[in-house]
Design a protein around this ligand. Structure first.
Ligand code: AVJ
Length: 351
């Protein structure tokens, strides 16, 4: 199966599942994308017209994709929290250990009085730890999962009552619009967890360039990056024995059913995750275990048994390569800290 995948990847070129306009394939007679968003099927208030067309474009493409941002409904965010505690999932605890071990040096480098902007804040646990360490005036939690974010922000506010805490719901593929009445002072963007790994090289660079502009002169970025390592270690982290990652992957189907009114039957799909060394990324897919048809209001697609929907990439970097990416994004200097096994790195970069 892996052989087949490699062949395919070369044939269709760069797969960019995180980008709405990135589907190399074309629709065929079996595929009917259905009504445009303006036709108003009224399935869900949570869904923008752009998201609906993005989802459908992903489903009808020759190589079907679901953007990883659709993992994070409330159930998905909860499942992701469970993933971070799995014995096989090393990134979260390795990053935390790095942050703890080097906390004195980190707090010395990052001067006080800042506004901290955390991207993909999730449950705000990491943001809370950073704020407890560097004591900024203001903390802005940016995340795509509105419901989850508001709860987390309330919890953080309770834990650190003197901190000005603000939630911002945003998609990192687009420009991040901050509230207009923020306190002045230097800005620090915090992007932990190696979430940058979800982006293909080009959009990753574009995001880092936007971060550069967002923090401005004198601003900085603290970012966690997962590193290339033994394939067995990498693959175990995305194929845990308890099946939580499989559950997380399959949950995207339930989320889509709610969002666009599709009728995915999760029993027809299997979790697949492997390291694509050529592209230096873990790929997650949902693979049809039977021939199956998926319908949504005025659209449908047939999937052959064995056909896959690409749901996530998680890029793994080499420290030197990531340093070069920071340079080209416009950061003038950087340092990084890593763990003794060199499994993960935390970079601090200044504009
Ligand atoms: C949140 C993107 C960093 O890539 O490791 C974990 C998501 N997917 N297990 C990762 C994820 C499956 C995670 N990131």
């Amino acid at each position: 199966m892996r052989q087949v995948e490699r062949h395919r990847t070369q044939r269709v070129g760069w797969l960019r599942p995180a980008l709405p306009d990135a589907h190399d394939g074309v629709s065929d007679a079996q595929i009917n994308p259905g009504l445009p968003a303006s036709a108003g099927s009224g399935w869900s208030g949570e869904l923008s017209a752009g998201d609906r067309s993005e989802i459908i474009a992903g489903l009808v493409g020759f190589d079907a994709t679901i953007s990883p941002k659709f993992f994070y409904d409330h159930a998905g965010s909860t499942l992701f929290e469970r993933i971070t505690r799995l014995p096989e999932y090393y990134p979260t605890r390795t990053e935390r250990a790095i942050m703890q071990r080097h906390r004195r040096e980190i707090s010395l480098r990052i001067s006080a009085g800042k506004t901290v902007i955390e991207l993909g804040a999730g449950n705000c646990e990491k943001g809370k730890a950073l704020c407890a360490l560097i004591r900024p005036k203001c903390f802005i939690a940016v995340d795509i999962s509105q419901d989850f974010l508001h709860r987390a922000v309330a919890g953080l506010q309770q834990a650190l009552p003197k901190l000005e805490v603000r939630p911002v719901v945003a998609d990192l593929m687009e420009d991040i619009v901050l509230p207009g009445d923020l306190p002045g002072g230097k800005r620090l963007v915090y992007y932990p967890g190696s979430s940058i790994g979800n982006f293909d090289p080009e959009p990753a660079l574009a995001l880092l360039r936007r971060v550069c502009r967002l923090v401005g002169e004198g601003g900085s970025l603290l970012i966690g990056v997962d590193l290339i390592k033994d394939q067995a270690v990498l693959e175990a982290a995305y194929n845990d024995a308890e099946g939580v990652t499989a559950e997380f992957n399959l949950n995207a189907l339930a989320h889509l059913n709610r969002l666009i009114g599709s009728d995915f039957d999760r029993r027809d799909w299997q979790h697949v995750a492997f390291f694509n060394r050529q592209r230096s990324r873990i790929e997650m897919h949902l693979q049809a275990s039977v021939n199956t048809r998926v319908c949504w209001p005025d659209g449908e697609r047939h999937f052959r048994r064995g056909e896959r929907i690409h749901t996530e990439n998680s890029y793994k970097y080499d420290v030197d390569d990531f340093a070069r990416v920071l340079d080209s994004a416009g950061f003038k200097q950087h340092v990084f800290w890593t763990d003794p096994r060199r499994w993960f790195a935390v970079f601090y970069a200044q504009v």
